[in-house]
Design a protein around this ligand. Structure first.
Ligand SMILES: *Cc1c(COP(=O)(O)O)cnc(C)c1O
Length: 369
């Protein structure tokens, strides 16, 4: 039986194998493993890509969020508005700063933070909004920024699923005070291990993140602030420099696959992913459909060798980890319904059209077409 995984990293590696081994060999020869030359170069290349002044490499996307928040002065007693439909790390980062994640429901259209629901979540303690560009689709940034300006709030982007995603002419990670990226292997731009990055136009935020990621030191063994150890490895930076050159091409492949899926699945009793505000902004980190028969469709596809997945099966407020926030079932109805109905079909830049049509055939078979 034909096996089609949700993502296939091996296929991409096979295409860039030679470049990767040369780059890794160079790091090994130079032996500048920590904050070496490739980290510097990747940081400036990634900043150029996002169209910002600074990019700072850190150990993970979660750390990128934590350090961006801390550099913006977020700390205990602050409340940060976070969508209820996201990967748990968005909320964890807020908790890691000692602040409180205050959840906001998402929109039926793009599954991202609903700007109309921000007002209901605001209190005297609200300091910032942390929108997520989920699945590779940018959130409604104009509405979010307008709201933030009106109420004097900071905005920081969780761009961990949105490398190269656009909102009009703007790029994800470059639209607000700071952006946070993950370079986890499965992301649109992924390393061969953990990695992350903070993007910003603000010199002070960049400086502060740079210090905090490296024990809070201004120079060796002189520690000005309490920091931590959260650096991007030179080996990972070397991998990312190579992959960054292909990112636009890979994102274009994802978009083409998404278009083909959407055309081929038209007319079935499922909801297709929407086009974002600007038509070409989506980078389809995931191709997420919706159906009330989600669980049956998932098992059917899995028995057919198709690696469909669920992103995410539990909304943030219903995890045990967040019982203490005091939310209950019914508080975020859209996010709750999504958690029962979303299904991610396989998508990755190297997926063949034959594979895509096979997935489509199986989905059609399930619905009896
Ligand atoms: C992956 C991800 C993170 C966390 O990134 P890590 O590199 O795994 O720490 C945060 N937010 C979102 C939306 C993500 O998808």
């Amino acid at each position: 039986m034909k096996q089609i995984p949700l993502v296939d990293l091996r296929r991409q590696y096979d295409r860039i194998k030679l470049e990767i081994s040369v780059a890794m060999e160079n790091v090994l020869t130079n032996s500048d493993f920590i904050l070496g030359k490739d980290v510097d170069l990747f940081e400036s290349e990634f900043a150029d890509f996002v169209g910002v002044k600074h990019a700072v490499g850190v150990a993970s996307g979660t750390d990128a969020l934590v350090l961006a928040l801390k550099a913006c002065g977020i700390g205990p007693s602050d409340e940060i508005l976070v969508p209820a439909n996201t990967f748990i790390a968005t909320a964890y980062a807020v908790s890691a700063c000692g602040a409180r994640p205050v959840l906001v429901d998402v929109r039926e259209t793009d599954y991202n933070l609903d700007p109309d629901k921000l007002i209901g979540a605001c209190t005297q303690r609200t300091r910032a909004i942390l929108p997520v560009h989920l699945y590779g689709c940018t959130a409604d940034m104009n509405a979010i920024r307008e709201f933030a300006e009106k109420f004097g709030l900071l905005v920081i982007e969780d761009a961990c699923q949105a490398h190269g995603a656009r909102y009009g002419q703007e790029l994800a990670g470059g639209m607000t005070k700071a952006g946070a990226f993950s370079f986890y292997p499965g992301k649109n731009l992924g390393a061969y291990g953990d990695g992350g990055g903070v993007t910003t136009n603000d010199d002070n935020i960049a400086k502060s993140v740079r210090m905090m990621r490296n024990y809070g030191q201004s120079k060796k063994y002189h520690h000005d602030i309490i920091g931590l150890n959260s650096r991007l490895d030179s080996l990972q930076a070397a991998v990312l420099r190579i992959k960054l050159k292909y990112l636009e091409e890979w994102n274009a492949n994802r978009c083409q696959l998404a278009r083909m899926y959407s055309e081929a699945l038209e007319g079935l009793p499922i909801t297709l992913p929407c086009a974002p505000a600007s038509q070409f902004g989506h980078v389809y980190h995931l191709f997420v459909i919706r159906t009330e028969r989600r669980n049956d469709l998932l098992s059917f596809l899995n028995t057919k060798g198709i690696g469909a997945g669920i992103h995410y099966p539990v909304p943030v407020h219903l995890h045990h980890a967040y019982e203490s926030l005091g939310y209950k079932i019914g508080d975020f109805p859209v996010s709750e319904r999504l958690s029962e109905e979303v299904l991610s079909l396989p998508i990755f830049p190297e997926m063949t059209h034959d594979e895509l049509f096979h997935v489509v055939e199986m989905v059609k078979q399930f619905f009896g077409n």
